[in-house]
Ligand binder design. Structure first.
Ligand code: UDP
Ligand code: MG
Length: 351
């Protein structure tokens, strides 16, 4: 890639750090090597997420040695999403690249990520095609990626990759909380931003240990339900809850109607044995189904009420361009012509 021209925008590299002291010097050296050889204007924002080791003193030392290094230190461990959110707030670059601190992500990919953004994408996710992690991490990860791609319509191979690149303004619209860092591309795609991916190199962990275990899979699945609801039904919760409720109501009503008909018919005829409702499981199932249906519709009404009276911090839409008087449309950062964007597959409503 040719980043030598002066138009090349400044990039902010945001690195969440939790007990990664041994890796930081090497990571900084590798980043600097890549960005200086490509003449990229850069800043690095290290966010110490409540480390108990020497990470913060390392970050301070790096800041003293390199003015492009900035550090943020949390009072305690708040999680990777919080660390990234703090980094995004501080970032001043036009492009923001996120990278894990443990040397598993390769800074050599920075120019490739920038290339892809320059090609017209708004979010670029890394894909660790050859992954150097144990099977108990890679297997659940494959299932997770399949489920996320299938339910959200954003077919990335590696939603959880730490190496990602964004246009900065995306974070004016997409807020990070909880452990939603895995879903930024999905949340951005739901608002019309173009999402792509590139294959990236991945390395085994050199120092320390992974901060995530099997619980991540469970939490990820729960977050997926939230994201599915937020991206598809935030503005119309009754369409989801009410649809489910109506199905339950119909099943219950039809079941009871059939059972009551049998009760009535057998009592009119002397040839048939009496039909006793309480002896049939379908009777109880139909009543449960009716009750569930009523509850779902009522829940939907409450959710609609909350949606109607709440004042969201962000608009439910995302504007690409506006007409301007007397001059041609200013080129919009989000107005791209690339055809291979992944987000065009996203079938959900916007947030
Ligand atoms: N991390 C963090 N806060 C946490 C957990 C992790 O900032 O509570 C950082 C960690 O220091 C690393 C990145 O998030 O830079 C990814 O963590 P890890 O390497 O443990 O995840 P894995 O690669 O095993 O998925
Ligand atoms: Mg790692």
């Amino acid at each position: 890639m040719d980043l030598m021209d002066s138009k090349s925008p400044k990039i902010s590299i945001v690195v969440p750090v939790y007990n990664e002291a041994e890796s930081l010097d090497l990571l900084h050296a590798r980043i600097v090597e890549v960005v200086s050889s490509h003449k990229i204007t850069y800043e690095i924002v290290f966010v110490d997420d409540g480390s108990a080791d020497d990470s913060w003193s390392k970050i301070e030392a790096l800041h003293r040695a390199d003015a492009a290094v900035h550090g943020i230190r949390f009072r305690r461990n708040f999680g990777k999403a919080a660390a990234l959110a703090a980094g995004f707030d501080q970032a001043t670059g036009e492009f923001v690249i996120t990278m894990d601190a443990d040397l598993q992500d390769d800074p050599q990919e920075i120019p490739n990520l920038i290339d892809k953004l320059n090609a017209g994408f708004d979010v670029v996710s890394g894909w660790k095609k050859v992954r150097h992690d144990p099977w108990h991490k890679t297997m659940p990860s494959k299932v997770f990626n399949f489920l996320v791609s299938w339910t959200t319509g954003v077919p990335l191979h590696d939603h959880n990759c730490g190496l990602k690149a964004y246009r900065r303004e995306i974070f004016d619209e997409v807020q990070l909380y909880g452990e939603m860092h895995r879903f930024v591309p999905v949340l951005a795609a739901a608002r019309g931003w173009k999402v792509g991916e590139i294959i990236v190199q991945h390395h085994p962990r050199k120092f320390g240990y992974s901060k995530y275990g099997a619980k991540r899979f469970i939490k990820g699945l729960l977050d997926l339900i939230t994201v599915y609801f937020l991206t598809g039904f935030r503005q119309r919760p009754q369409h989801l809850l009410g649809s489910f409720g109506l199905v339950c109501l119909s099943v219950g009503a039809i079941g009871l109607l059939i059972l009551m008909s049998l009760w009535f018919i057998t009592r009119q005829s002397t040839a048939l044995d009496d039909f006793h409702l309480h002896q049939h499981a379908t009777f109880y199932l139909s009543i449960c189904s009716l009750l569930l249906g009523f509850q779902m519709v009522a829940l939907g009404i409450l959710a609609e009420l909350i949606t109607a009276i709440s004042r969201p911090a962000q608009h439910p839409f995302s504007i690409r361009q506006r007409t301007t008087t007397g001059q041609p449309n200013p080129p919009s950062k989000a107005d791209h012509t690339s055809t291979s964007d992944i987000s065009s597959h996203c079938t959900h409503d916007t947030l």
